[in-house]
Ligand binder design. Structure first.
Ligand SMILES: Cc1ncc(COP(=O)(O)O)c(C=O)c1O
Length: 429
């Protein structure tokens, strides 16, 4: 199929198709297939919606069986077997073993809708309007979530003021020595700070779109302590880094903290089906019936996929496998790929990694590497300030050979674009 129909008829707002301008047709595991037969290794994975790989066989069989049986597909938020089974499985397989107690709120099926719900709840519970977000954050593009998203490119089209949010630098997000948590405490304690006490703090413990910026466990614990001391709710946006991407199911587990609200979407349904929910501490559940309503708050297939994904995770030992792959990929990136030049900076956790090329003179270097990698049949995205960070988001189920092929493509294209340390030394000699 020609790309013309999209280029002429689809709104200019389309984005990913500009970086990967071929027509895709099929997908399996870590591969996307274009209609001309080309196979691409997918390191974008539906921007984090496909942690279990494309068309995961186990999950697919559960979905097919559910549909074959004429089971209910649209149930609004009524009681259904699919929803009941999902809640019970999530509780039994994840929450209980981790000692977590949360109530489930199913939202409209996008991440941004769940963020809107979290904001409403936090503001109504605390009777405060201001919220703390972090520079580099991406929480979605509807009005409330856009106010929490820091990128000017997205904010400038809001058309209305984006208020009631105060941004702080993320950990290591400012000049050396800048301690945003001390500043936050000062804001809260100084009666002349001029900043309203916030309802909540919201953060991604690894900022994904912001450039793969990783918060340390210590920093997260300190932030949580400040929140507790001042009665501020702690909201973990686990939409992209959650569902096993960090190694654990939840990104905050490593820090040993328990957020007041957890926001999940993307890979929650296991199969790329739209689904979003909040986990809320029971005492925060002050909602009145239907206050955050929506037709698609209960896409039954997503419940089936979500339950199957948890079974798949348990039965295949996925968590341990992700932790092993994380060690492998970190070693390769830091010891081999970054060894080519001291200006290459590597950041990441679990199976989300960033290759930061912002220290190079060429502002388009990361883009060029991504573009050349696409020509070499690897799909990889650029994120962060001015898109200078290459974000690696493989399927959690990726096979070692495929992982190696993708890493080789990246290494080759980075090396081809930079003057290596050795050649610069030779030039200076
Ligand atoms: C951390 C995070 N929060 C929120 C969102 C918004 O989710 P959605 O695009 O489904 O509205 C995203 C999407 O990329 C995200 O990565």
């Amino acid at each position: 199929m020609s790309t013309q129909v999209f280029e002429t008829m689809e709104s200019n707002v389309r984005s990913y198709s500009r970086s990967f301008p071929v027509v895709f047709n099929k997908a399996k595991g870590s591969y996307l297939y274009a209609d001309n037969g080309n196979a691409y290794i997918d390191f974008l994975m539906g921007a984090g919606a496909l942690n279990y790989g494309h068309n995961n066989e186990y999950i697919k069989q559960q979905l097919l069986a559910y549909m074959a049986d004429d089971s209910i597909m649209q149930g609004l938020d009524m009681f259904t077997i699919a929803k009941g089974d999902f809640i019970s499985s999530f509780n039994d397989l994840l929450l209980k073993p981790k000692g977590l107690q949360y109530k489930f709120q199913f939202c409209g099926p996008t991440g941004t809708n769940a963020i809107e719900a979290a904001l409403k709840l936090a503001r109504n519970y605390t009777k405060r309007s201001n919220v703390i977000a972090f520079m580099g954050a991406y929480h979605g593009l509807s009005q409330g979530s856009l106010a929490l998203t820091s990128n000017q490119y997205h904010r400038q089209v809001a058309g209305v003021g984006l208020h009631n949010v105060t941004f702080l630098p993320f950990e290591n997000g400012g000049p050396a020595g800048l301690d945003s948590l001390s500043y936050f405490e000062m804001m809260l304690e100084d009666t002349h700070s001029g900043i309203e006490k916030p309802a909540a703090v919201i953060l991604e413990s690894v900022q994904a779109e912001g450039g793969v910026n990783v918060a340390s466990a210590e920093w997260l614990r300190s932030l949580k302590q400040i929140c507790e001391k001042h009665g501020i709710l702690f909201i973990s946006d686990d939409i992209q880094i959650g569902c096993g991407r960090s190694g654990d199911f939840f990104s905050f587990e490593q820090a040993g903290i328990v957020p007041d609200i957890v926001v999940l979407s993307k890979s929650l349904s296991g199969y790329g089906l739209p689904m979003a929910m909040l986990l809320i501490k029971p005492e925060l559940d002050i909602w009145q019936p239907g206050e955050h309503n929506g037709t698609f708050r209960g896409y039954q297939l997503a419940f089936i996929g979500g339950k199957a994904a948890l079974e798949f995770r348990r039965d295949t030992g996925l968590e341990a496998a992700v932790k092993q792959k994380a060690i492998y990929i970190e070693r390769f990136l830091k010891e081999e790929l970054a060894a080519a030049d001291e200006r290459i900076v590597i950041r990441g956790r679990g199976l989300m990694w960033g290759i930061d090329l912002s220290s190079f003179e060429d502002p388009l270097l990361a883009k060029k590497v991504a573009q050349q990698s696409f020509e070499d049949k690897l799909i990889v995205e650029c994120v962060g300030r001015h898109d200078k960070v290459i974000k690696l988001l493989p399927a959690l189920t990726i096979e070692e050979t495929t992982l190696n092929q993708a890493l080789d493509i990246l290494q080759r294209n980075i090396n081809a674009n930079i003057r290596s340390r050795a050649s610069r030394k030779a030039a200076l000699a």
